[in-house]
Design a protein around this ligand. Sequence first.
Ligand SMILES: Cc1cc2nc3c(=O)[nH]c(=O)nc-3n(C[C@H](O)[C@H](O)[C@H](O)COP(=O)(O)O)c2cc1C
Length: 326
Amino acid sequence: MSKRYQTKITEMLGIKYPILSGGMQWISRAEFVASVCNAGATGFITAESLEKPEDLKDEIKKMRDLTDKPFGINLSMVPEFGEPKRTLAFCDVLCEAGIKFVETAGRSPEPLMPVFKQGGVKVIHKLTSVRHAIKAEKLGVDAVTILGYGSGGHIGTENIASFIQVPLAIRELNIPIIAGGGIATGSGFLGALAMGAEAVLMGTAFFASEEAAIHDGIKQKLVETNVADTVLLLKSLGNPIRVARNTLADECLALEARGASLEEVITKVAGGKGKQAYMSGDAESSPLACGQTVGLVDAIKPVKQIIDDMIAEADALLDRLNAAIS
Ligand SMILES: Cc1cc2nc3c(=O)[nH]c(=O)nc-3n(C[C@H](O)[C@H](O)[C@H](O)COP(=O)(O)O)c2cc1C
């Protein structure tokens, strides 16, 4: 029988394992998130995959038909400037539907906090620096996910590895800390808990799962991508995202190297290209967000097996450590 990994986060969210699947646009839809929840972890339906806030109502209903386990909503606020009207409309829907926790990302959750406090919604803010984590704690968020340099997607500009971020955050904060970025194994899971994290969050490991509703051509690309084959796009614009190296990424890097304008660079990567690639399987003409753990992906497995394998590995490591000290 598996060891029990009970933490402040399993207690706060009402889940079996302290494992979270970070929101992933287009991927984190009801069927996928339900598979994560039914395997003992939890995940977040990603609002930015939906056309309009009212669509979230249907997605939540679908989710409740697929699982009786707790799940959250991801609100990635990257594209919103000024008052986050669209995000606030999503907040109204999720509060009305009785959702108990959210993952916020991309910018400060400050304008959303009154709505969440009133609705009794726990806020897990995802960020990339201890500096921002301290600010988030002051705003009253309930937990933070701190991402390290190896993460997939937006990685911030501080370039600090998770193994440094987590202990630094532990020194500064009183709220629970979730370690994200670069975690995909039982050893990474246990290492994060040993450093004081109350849970881990993974993206890439679940992106490369059977349940991720993407074309096999993209899954094959993930299996074939080596650890050194991720690159950072949009660094020149101060907003780096980690993606798999492909033809599009090389073209984008060349543009950035010659000092191309913001518009030129953005047109290369924006406009729902990722979604098109997920459907067509063309792994070369779109940005494919993924972290350095892609180097650990050698097969596409069901979500439940990914989680069970991590827990089994962590159990075995704990036994080995206990034997070593007894
Ligand atoms: C394909 C993909 C899409 C992602 N989309 C989003 C998103 O829409 N919103 C968000 O907050 N994070 C997004 N992320 C980041 C993940 O939620 C998570 O923070 C990150 O993947 C963790 O690092 P890891 O990939 O090393 O596990 C995405 C990551 C991947 C791999």
